[in-house]
Design a protein around this ligand. Structure first.
Ligand SMILES: C[S@@+](CC[C@H](N)C(=O)[O-])C[C@H]1O[C@@H](n2cnc3c(N)ncnc32)[C@H](O)[C@@H]1O
Length: 200
């Protein structure tokens, strides 16, 4: 503001930028979560983000992190790496991580060809993203490759026609995982699952 009480064009530019950032985040959140942009995930997926993330431990990979709606639910001591195909959503995730004061390494990566070595992670989290990948058998095989023996995979998915060939838990079993826990919400429209790679 100058001496005459008039706001400077720079302040207007900053206000406009922060308003358009908020609008961009809302738009991307709406496409990412399940009713998150409308504030109704408490009804749709209920406490699933908390359920999934609180079981993560050690070196954890979040696959298809989107706009980072899970970030606030991880325990503080989890060492998090987050990947997604979409650079714009990853940018929102990085902003969210910064606001939460959480150290997260984010990278553009394709679930079909994860850029990590065999047995890299203690845990892998994937919410509402395994429903989105083109080839989930290939993606689950990649997940199996990069998680350690004894490591856990925590998934949340929703019903869709492709599941007649097997829901993610079943696809996980086919690539070698053991299903440790399987919970259905809304008569199975949503399913949350804990898988384990045998070996320890
Ligand atoms: C519906 S959003 C869910 C985002 C987030 N996991 C959540 O629960 O809010 C699905 C995400 O999966 C990502 N995705 C789709 N195919 C992918 C792939 N092959 N590799 C990595 N990410 C992928 C999309 O870019 C998108 O961000």
């Amino acid at each position: 503001m100058d001496d005459s009480g008039v706001r400077s064009p720079q302040v207007f530019r900053m206000l406009r930028r922060s308003r358009s950032n908020r609008a961009r985040r809302r738009r991307l959140d709406r496409r990412s979560g399940y009713g998150s942009g409308y504030g109704c995930e408490w009804l749709t997926i209920r406490d699933s983000r908390d359920w999934v993330c609180r079981q993560a431990r050690g070196r954890t990979l979040e696959l298809g992190v989107g706009t980072g709606l899970n970030l606030r639910w991880y325990p503080g001591d989890v060492e998090l790496v987050a990947v997604d195909l979409d650079r714009e959503r990853l940018d929102v995730s990085a902003e969210r991580a910064q606001e939460l004061g959480r150290a997260v390494r984010v990278a553009v990566a394709d679930g079909h060809r994860l850029p990590f070595g065999r047995d890299t992670f203690d845990a892998i989290v994937c919410t509402l993203a395994i429903c989105d990948v083109d080839d989930r058998a290939a993606t689950m095989a990649e997940v199996y490759r990069v998680v350690q023996p004894g490591g856990v995979v925590l998934l949340l998915d929703h019903l869709e026609p492709r599941w007649r060939h097997g829901r993610p838990a079943t696809v996980g079993e086919r690539v070698g995982f053991t299903v440790v826990e399987r919970q259905r919400l809304w008569a199975g429209y949503f399913e949350r699952v804990r898988l384990q790679k045998p070996g320890e």
